[in-house]
Design a protein around this ligand. Structure first.
Ligand code: IPM
Ligand code: MG
Length: 362
């Protein structure tokens, strides 16, 4: 099989972490007898510099014609303060919406070798921590009506609108229930139904959809309580399904439970096979170009791509296994090295993981 992958390196540490991910995918290609054709496109700050817009139409076109999209990270201080529709972040939202990728899967898993990197007390992260945040990605307050009124006056005000339709809630709920049916079978739906009308509808629809999944246990939590429960007892969660904004916030929190945001991958999916795969962290401009960034979140995103878009399950397992092996051998990028280990740079971490892929015994 040959797969067409659109590669968007982006800004900051984006290019370095993507380069290492490609090194790993090349090893996968040799190992598993599948091949990749990578086509590079631009999005984010670099696209603003080159084309004057964060998401050129040509980038979307290439993405639509490919089997999958691999993304580094976008944004940086250089592009802060631009008008709202011209920011790198607008490019990111545009690509998610433009490709119809409404479901964002963000797994937060504690690696045995990194257990002590968790800022939580050992007794709290003692058991298995394996949480999948299913974040709605193309609706809610990120895409609702917004604006400013009475501009330039002392009474200036601004607004953003949280809105969800039944159809939007239904499809993300199904994604969560389907995912839970392949896991521990527990869905926690997070909302703010004690205050927000959109959350009341959210809860009603999730309850309705749950009827089609009698084997799944459904819980509801208000978002404030959920953020507390994640710290108090993260082991209670299996799948968390929530809105775009709550998912943004809770996934950062869940990531930190695992020790480093530099470890967490994500998959953004729509109704077809095409997906967008990116680390959940940002472009970290402060360490860009210094060979310090952790490429693991992006490499694990590529593993998710192999699993969800390309259905190359064995290859996905091999990549995840290689990451685990390298961590077990004690190699650490600086972000996960506070408890010792052999500190390596971005490129060396990529090389070690690629080597582990090549050495895997099929
Ligand atoms: C994320 C990021 C983005 C988001 C930003 C960069 C627009 O925080 O992917 O979590 O809010 O979705
Ligand atoms: Mg975020």
């Amino acid at each position: 099989m040959n797969y067409k992958i659109t590669v968007i390196k982006g800004d900051g540490i984006g290019p370095e972490i993507i380069d290492q991910t490609i090194t790993v995918l090349e090893a996968v290609s040799e190992k598993c007898g599948i091949s990749f054709t990578f086509k590079e496109e631009m999005m984010g700050g670099c696209a603003i510099d080159k084309y004057g817009v964060p998401l050129p139409e040509s980038t979307l076109k290439t993405c639509r014609e490919s089997d999958s999209v691999l993304l580094g990270a976008v944004g940086g201080p250089k592009w802060e303060g631009l008008p709202g529709d011209r920011t790198p972040e607008a490019g990111l939202l545009g690509i998610r919406a433009g490709l119809g990728l409404y479901a964002n899967l963000r797994p937060a898993v504690i690696y045995e070798a990194l257990r002590e990197a968790s800022p939580l007390k050992p007794e709290i992260v003692e058991g298995k921590i394996d949480i999948l945040v299913v974040r709605e990605l193309t609706g809610g307050i990120y895409f609702g009506q917004r604006g400013r009124e009475e501009k330039g006056t002392a009474n200036e005000w601004a607004y953003d609108t949280e809105r969800y339709s039944v159809a939007e809630i239904e499809r993300i709920a199904r994604t969560a229930f389907e995912a839970a049916s392949k896991r521990r079978g527990i869905v926690t739906s997070v909302d703010k139904a004690n205050v927000l009308e959109s959350s009341k509808l959210w809860r009603e629809v999730v309850i309705r959809v749950a009827k089609d999944y009698p084997d799944i246990t459904l819980n509801h939590m208000y978002v404030d309580n959920a953020s507390m429960q994640l710290i108090r007892d993260p082991g209670q969660f299996d799948v968390i399904v929530t809105t775009n904004m709550f998912g943004d916030i809770l996934s950062d929190e869940a990531s930190m439970i695992t020790g480093s945001i530099g470890m967490l991958p994500s998959a953004s999916l729509g109704s077809g096979k095409l997906g967008l795969y990116e680390p959940i962290h940002g472009s970290a401009p402060d360490i860009a170009g210094q060979d310090k960034a952790n490429p693991i979140a992006t490499i694990l995103s590529a593993a998710m791509m192999l699993r969800y878009s390309l259905e190359e399950y064995a290859a996905a397992d091999i990549v995840e296994n290689a990451v685990r092996k390298v961590l077990e051998k004690g190699y650490r990028t600086p972000d996960i090295a506070s408890f010792g280990g052999k500190v390596v740079g971005t490129a060396e971490m990529g090389r070690l993981i690629a080597e582990e892929v090549r050495e895997y015994e099929l």
